[in-house]
Design a protein around this ligand. Sequence first.
Ligand SMILES: *Cc1c(COP(=O)(O)O)cnc(C)c1O
Length: 823
Amino acid sequence: MTLTSYSIQQIAQMASGRLFGNITTVVTKLAYDSRLVFNPAGVLFFAIKSGHLNGNTFVNALYQRGVRAFVVEKEYEIPNEMNDASFIVVENSLQALQRIASTHRSVFNLPVLAITGSNGKTIVKEWLGQVLGDSLKVTRSPRSFNSQIGVPLSVWQLNDESEFGIFEAGISKPGEMDSLREILKPTLGLITNIGAAHQENFSSLDEKLREKLILFKDVDTVFYKLDDELIHHSIMKLYPQKEKLTWGIHPDSNLRLLSSEADNGQLQMTLQWQKKSFNVILPFSDKISQENALPVILLMLYKGFGFDGISRFMLQLQPVAMRMEQIEGIDGSLIINDSYNSDFTSLEVALDFLEQQGRKKGRQRTLILSDLLQTGIEPKILYPRIADLIKIRGVERLIGVGSEIAGYASCFRPNDSFYKTTEELLTAIPRLSFRNEAILIKGARSFEFERISEQLEQKQHSTCLEINLNALIYNFKTFKSRLNPQTRLLAMVKASGYGSGAFEIASALQHHKVDYLGVAFADEGMELRKAGIQTPIMVMSPEVKSFNQMLQYKLEPEIYGFRILEAFCQHVAKSGEEETGIHLKVDTGMHRLGFYPEDAEELVVYLKKRNKIRVLSVFTHLAGTDDSVYDAFTSQQIGRFSTFADIIEKGLGYRVWRHALNSAGIERFPQYQFDMVRLGIGLYGVSSLPENPLLNVVTLKTYVSQIKTVKTGETIGYSRRGSVSANGRIAVLPIGYADGLNRRLSNGVGQVLVRGKLCPIVGNICMDMCMIDVSGMDIPEGEEVVVFGDEHPLTQMAEKLDTIPYEVLTSISQRVKRVYFKE
Ligand SMILES: *Cc1c(COP(=O)(O)O)cnc(C)c1O
């Protein structure tokens, strides 16, 4: 048995805390988030203060649910009736957690690699886990657990069987790295790169880098990219004596990249190590994958892998984003794909996710699970434990695949079913029903579970809109890094999240602690609330008939004129609500909704008599932040806005927030950020800066339905408008204007991307189909086609249509299925 386990007395000692109550408890699991406690057995809960949340408030509920061990801070009064529980009283619960992890780490004498850097930590870590996991028992941070809380929880997983530890360390302000180093005690250190992420609390890039490098104080060997001069110089200065191993194109790099070439979705790299060159093929063609692959290869060389082994493993790398891919499935089901690793921890993490998704729409939950390989736990202990886990988590149905799990069928419930091989399950699927279920698919690589998810996918090879939630969060953080620490951020998710799906976008942003969400209508806000979104929501165009709904779902109205103000005040008075918050909009030149600037005094007089109404913010919308032609006008708008806000604030006698900036405004007018900004299109990767610093989020994809050769003189499509060169070839695509492919892109105006080549649309676009010119290209039917995406930007399509990206995004029709990616 390899589960980490301590007596409560040991834990109290490790935490330097005082133990009260029961002294016989045994601790096997640490928890800090009450929502993630499913099985109370062995749980030690840390009541941690963060922001306005005080962990103490959850102790009672957790006690009711059976948790019997708590770490609490001094002011907590232990209730008499909880005398069968253990309480460890400490100065600071977070520090206690860190101390425990640090002591636990000291028990193990093994190599530990700590990875820091601004980007790529998780991918490098996961890939290392993939390539080293075949020959070593690797313990690594789950997902991107790299914070002050995440690192101790990661280290807690080290056990007697661990042979190598790989952990991420991330910081967001000075002083944090020291505690992470103390917990991790790394013997090897790797920095991926240094960039703008999490810059808000550091005075300079240099300061942030120095802070990150504290992690390496006691390591023997440092791995880094020699091409990055700032990193190189800092490391030489700080750690002249340490052994260094570098990668890069710089001729002095230990692992030197001589050349690389993208071809057919793969990347061929020629590399050099100790004067010998060798080749590696990556199963991805993008630059970022190359960046992340080099440190992985360097670590493999360091660990003694030969060139052949490296080439073999690198070709099999699995994309990390494949974790938690969500797809609409047959019978209205939702498929959650995590078919790339299968250890016990990642199963727990994936079940958390299944739980969240299942709860959202009241779906039944099904788990399709293969034999778990490489867990280091004996099957006769492992499978009963899995049986327990899924029962506690309320997974309604298990479908087990593999001879091992099938052999333990008797530990599971009668309605769970088992198949010896993936093949057997594939044959059975047509007979099974998955109506409305949330299905988590999780299997070891050798089980090839992608075949199962393919079969469960609703419509194979149809048009779909892919939304990359990692890129969305990257953009969100990029904008956040431009703001002063105290400036709040409201994310606009109106019009179904600019076409990308309001709930999924809101939920990802809520997870990253966005301060506010904005929607156009009360209905949109209500949908979000019903789906479990708790972030404050502002409704930009509230209607009088929706006021009931708004109060019921805690939606905050934009008040833009006296008529709506009067109606709202009356409604609040009638409803018996306590104090209710509103946001005042002033029209400073856009001439859309809003009070006139001259209304300020009258507004104050009116509001002073309405003591149930509290003005939370005053705001305006700017008409031309994206173009320097309008800069003078923008300043004028800001002037009118400030005057208005001053009068309101002074008149009311309390502080109200101010906000004016949209996405382009944040990029171009940081000086006008006030108390909050309202981010919209920037989230999706559209920037107003000449050098776009954002990542593309949305990709519209389709597939070739049929390929045809068109004889000389023949025409293509309605009204015979299309033609190709003599005996050219066309591909028919299952996307038309009813899907949102604007008909004005017909006849060569629009282009799509096929295998890296732009192909013009020929003839008129039909309702459900269109044709493209693929003359001279050797592609099969079923080939993927990108209508817009990373390498074929949405902005270009918008320009061709003489419109803006907003319109293109929000015109993608609802029948196009949305697929979400998330790490
Ligand atoms: C839509 C909207 C925004 C966001 O605008 P972007 O240009 O997408 O950033 C901000 N404020 C208001 C009032 C809006 O209606």
